[in-house]
Design a protein around this ligand. Structure first.
Ligand code: SF4
Length: 339
């Protein structure tokens, strides 16, 4: 049995002070990934610091400049069904509702969603080597069963993917992550929050051990008129994405004025390609141009055997999702893309 302490933090200052002075303490909110990691002997915190009652983390509120602030402690389900999110950021709502199960979405917090760890089978098996779990021990996934693994941004040290759906939409929407820590507050652009594995796959993101995510800001522009989220997986529910795509378009007629495309299930972080997005600006929104953009997004993609299929799958998904974004109604359950 593992003994551990538990303390409910009264405010963010106390939460930071508690974690700052205990190397092996962990924050807990919904616990939907931490408890898994604990059961599999991947995490073994000496103290849980409960952040569920921190007022600063618990709100969704409109920002002065027109954006929206999502409290890090707000549950995923409450975020997806919030009227402003549904109306102004339907891409985010749809991505959240594509993730996990209703029960998990009711428990999981927004901050925790950003911090969930990979679902690589080898990572969860404490009996085998894994560079993410034990740096320098090796990566059995590269030559092993790697059907769910990455095709972009991999390194010789790790080919794991980041499993979130919500974060794919947040990446496409250019969200900003707000953080507090012992030295004060800071903000990180969403694109810079998660890391590629390089030679430190044990680090999933750029949050320091003694820092706490307080909120996530969305810019005013929510692409509510033309958006689509497509999640391709082995089962229709309660499964992680093999490939997912978030597409946000701003159109003038059929010409693309602005575009954001983010991919999930293909890399150690949500994947964006500035080159592909720049290519699409000023072009007609059609299958041919989405196909060229897909090639730009996927340039350098590399499979490792069992996951080779993801390269073709991702290309088809990018094209299909671009077309669905022209008519968001086409992505309602059971509907087919219009072209
Ligand atoms: Fe570990 Fe990453 Fe290799 Fe999976 S892919 S076994 S997480 S090092």
């Amino acid at each position: 049995m593992n003994n551990f302490g538990y303390k409910q933090a009264e405010d963010t200052r106390e939460a930071i002070s508690l974690i700052e002075h205990n190397e092996t303490a962990k924050f807990v909110a919904g616990g939907t990934n931490l408890i898994d990691l604990w059961k599999y002997n991947i995490a073994n915190p000496s103290q849980l610091i409960d952040i569920n009652h921190l007022a600063e983390l618990s709100e969704i509120k409109t920002l002065e400049h027109g954006g929206l602030r999502l409290g890090a402690g707000v549950k995923n389900a409450d975020t997806a069904y919030h009227p402003v999110v549904e109306h102004q950021y339907p891409l985010l709502s749809k991505a959240i509702l594509a993730g996990a199960s209703a029960q998990i979405r009711n428990m999981a917090s927004n901050g925790g969603n950003l911090l969930q760890r990979t679902r690589c089978y080898y990572f969860y098996d404490a009996e085998v080597p894994c560079n993410k779990r034990i740096p320098g021990s090796g990566c059995p996934a590269k030559d092993g069963y790697n059907r769910i693994h990455a095709i972009l941004g991999t390194s010789e040290h790790c080919i794991a993917v980041f499993p979130s759906d919500m974060c794919v939409a947040l990446a496409a929407l250019d969200a900003v992550v707000n953080i507090t820590g012992p030295t004060g507050n800071r903000s990180i652009a969403f694109a810079d929050f998660h890391r590629l594995p390089d030679n430190r796959p044990d680090l999933d993101n750029n949050l320091k051990k003694d820092e706490l995510i307080t909120s996530i800001d969305l810019p005013e522009k929510g692409f509510a008129a033309n958006y689509a989220y497509l999640k391709l997986r082995d089962r229709h529910s309660y499964a992680f994405a093999l490939v997912s795509v978030a597409t946000a378009l701003e159109l003038k007629g059929n010409t693309i004025e602005d575009v954001k495309i983010a991919l999930g299930g293909v890399a150690h972080k949500p994947w964006r390609s500035t080159e592909a997005e720049e290519f699409l600006k000023g072009k007609a929104a059609n299958a041919e141009n989405f196909s060229i953009a897909a090639d730009l997004i996927l340039q350098g993609a590399k499979g490792f055997g069992y996951n080779e299929f993801k390269i073709k799958l991702a290309k088809k998904a990018i094209i299909r999702n671009g077309l669905m974004a022209l008519n968001p109604e086409s992505q309602l359950p059971g509907a087919q893309p219009s072209a």
